[in-house]
Ligand binder design. Sequence first.
Ligand SMILES: Nc1nc2c(c(=O)[nH]1)N[C@H]1C(S)=C(S)[C@@H](COP(=O)(O)OP(=O)(O)OC[C@H]3O[C@@H](n4cnc5c(=O)[nH]c(N)nc54)[C@H](O)[C@@H]3O)O[C@H]1N2
Ligand SMILES: Nc1nc2c(c(=O)[nH]1)N[C@H]1C(S)=C(S)[C@@H](COP(=O)(O)OP(=O)(O)OC[C@H]3O[C@@H](n4cnc5c(=O)[nH]c(N)nc54)[C@H](O)[C@@H]3O)O[C@H]1N2
Ligand SMILES: [Mo]
Length: 786
Amino acid sequence: MTRKAPREDVGDERLEIGSPKTWAGGVPAVGHALGTAYRQMGAGRTLLTLLRVNQKTGFDCPGCAWPEGDGHRSPAEFCENGAKAVAEEATVRRVTRDFFAEHPVDELARRSDYWLGQQGRLTEPMYKPAGSDRYEPISWQDAFGVVARELRALDHPDQAIFYTSGRTSNEAAFAYQLLVRRFGTNNLPDCSNMCHESSGSALTETLGIGKGTVLLDDLHRADLIFVVGQNPGTNHPRMLTALERAKRGGARIVSVNPLPEAGLLRFRNPQKASGLAGTGTALSDRFLQIRLGGDLALFQALSLLLLEAEDAAPGTVVDREFVEAHTHGFEDWEKHLRGLDGAGPDWAEVIEATGLTRAEIEETARDVLAARSVVVCWAMGLTQHRKSVPTIREVVNFLLLRGNVGRPGAGVCPVRGHSNVQGDRTMGIYEKPKPEFLDALEEEFGFPPPREHGHDTVEAIRAMRDGDARVFFAMGGNFVSATPDTAATEAALRRCRLTVQVSTKLNRSHAVCGEQALILPTLGRTERDVQAGGEQFVTVEDSMGMVHASRGRLRPASDVLLSEVAIVCRLARELFGDDPHVPWAEFEAGYDAIRERIERVVPGFDDFNARVRGPGGFALPNAPRDERRFPTATGKANFTVNALEVLRVPPGRLLLQTIRSHDQYNTTIYGLDDRYRGIRNGRRVIFVHADDLAERGLADGDMLDIVSEWADGERVAEGFRAVAYPTARGCCAAYFPETNVLVPLDSVAETSNTPTSKSVVVRLRRAAEDTAGGPAGETAIRRGGG
Ligand SMILES: Nc1nc2c(c(=O)[nH]1)N[C@H]1C(S)=C(S)[C@@H](COP(=O)(O)OP(=O)(O)OC[C@H]3O[C@@H](n4cnc5c(=O)[nH]c(N)nc54)[C@H](O)[C@@H]3O)O[C@H]1N2
Ligand SMILES: Nc1nc2c(c(=O)[nH]1)N[C@H]1C(S)=C(S)[C@@H](COP(=O)(O)OP(=O)(O)OC[C@H]3O[C@@H](n4cnc5c(=O)[nH]c(N)nc54)[C@H](O)[C@@H]3O)O[C@H]1N2
Ligand SMILES: [Mo]
């Protein structure tokens, strides 16, 4: 299958390529934030809205899941990309019924994600009947009638899929999973399946909790912080403030990345005068430019060096007391690393896998030896590979060795993406619910929830493709663009009897839809939520397990919008009639009633309604962090043995990673620039090392097609500009979602089933138009300065 560029993206006459930046933040960040906000919202609304982001009485930033500081919050506790996320939601642009009358579905399907998102906020429920190519207005009541009718018409509840994206509040998520289980299925895939599922799998097995074990203060107190497979300057800008503070306290920072990301190198804090004027803070003390997928080898090699240091000075390196009291499996792991089981890592493999020198790794090991407390932070660079779960297990081994879990300044820090993705999981959005959770639901509501595991994201696509699932319901997100193997996913959704999207903004999943389709427009975080019981607030959980309230103040984008909670509750009433088990109307009228139930079902929410009204909210209990207790199968923290496998590609091929630009939020494209990487006015670019280009007889600026090779055939994404870029050799990078078409559906991480979006085997070929001297010729690109 071959994917051409959408028509707005063809011809990148305006594309400009400059050099990558070596610092993040500063004056440009403030300027860009305000510029975007102003274009979407106008001046007054910009001020009113941005001042309320992440304030104790305001709304939770929909941008990312990075926690808010607990002490003093600066009056503008937002960042450039947080401001853009808010502006996208609080935009004054509107998609109305006239818009849908003008644009048939198949025309919308040919538009780019950028164009679709720029049309603005959805304003009323829309329905595309079977056989029609246009959405038309429908009343809420009739819309719920359509959903209930199609759900009832299924042979079995497992023929329905209920997806969730990570912006859904705790209250909406809890009510939603309750509806789904009351209906009779655990088919609750979510964006987490494509995101931090590998972290959850590895950490649950080894530490007994699928979450991180540090609080913000631990970062501030750490001696050494690893930032692995993460681009915080773009995706978690407020993290740079924490890193800056840690550095002031004497911490060293090691960044591990195939790309020299600007935010990892130097930070100019836009909230401080010194950051705006000065040269900023150099963040990374050491940059390890690793090959894609090389991290397992790196952490094994570091641990082996630590064991050897222990041999040289017994009793000084390994935290024996901790290892003996709190862990399991140390001896087997040690034997494996030392090669005593005949299968341990050898240096030649480590060097091939990582692309690093032995000296670099030895120097890093010396940093570790000098540090009393170590935190390892990571994001998608670790989670989206075939060997992601063993890699994260190896990070845990590395930390356990020196007792770097469950004490101040130390621990694991998987940095979450969507602002409430962690909370959604806590609320039961999970296709493999734990029996204890289902028992608690049954006890509370008095109906037997289904026990069989449901489909995750990849399995859901297969089920729709094979005709085993006929109704697809999405609580937020953009399933079509976010999932792998775009052509396969599109075909799968088109086979459905009905697809339903609860959304704030127009996106591709509205255009690539089932026989019948519904768009149910909903309130965003920034908007006032008034129900029968008065004005409501919702709650969210951040990346570090802090739960707090979020209250929007803006007037809703249209008077017709319903909150996510109201949509769930009204659909439930349509579906179950007078439900003896769940008081749906009461839930809708006032969310305190939902929180009372959460308190009785989910551990850690005692006195929920009172505590969440306190300033700053509260921390959920975390046994490894709080008491060095590890609720795993062995009752201890587990060392695990993981085989090192070098990721080799056939001759001439490269490993492609699919990443975010500085101007997007997942599939929502804010603009066409990637400032820190020196790209302006275009997204169809591929970053390749100059020597890798030269070896293939290609040059910077060439127009290329990217061909992904997999057992079932080739997948092609057409029309990308080659950009010679200082990435690790043998690796290349291009933006998601344009390149999702290249990720094979069956290429997934072991155990977590996460698509391998960061390691796709590809070859590059010159684009047909280019060799023919066609429209996309050399003149189209300009090289700017720094
Ligand atoms: N502004 C903005 N903020 C966001 C998002 C957004 O799209 N825009 N998305 C949100 C979401 S849902 C998420 S999950 C997070 C994502 O946050 P990130 O994980 O920072 O996002 P990516 O762009 O996928 O970047 C992956 C990084 O890992 C590196 N990397 C890739 N493969 C490897 C590897 O094998 N080893 C190592 N060591 N490094 C590797 C890449 O070079 C890149 O720097 O951000 C969240 N915040
Ligand atoms: N190739 C490749 N693919 C990837 C990734 C990658 O790195 N590479 N990253 C993966 C990751 S980490 C993730 S998390 C997924 C993201 O997958 P999704 O979460 O499915 O995608 P988003 O783009 O975040 O969803 C954007 C849409 O959500 C809707 N929305 C926004 N706010 C709200 C709200 O408050 N309520 C509701 N109901 N709707 C709202 C809007 O309509 C908007 O169009 O993508 C994954 N896909
Ligand atoms: Mo994510």
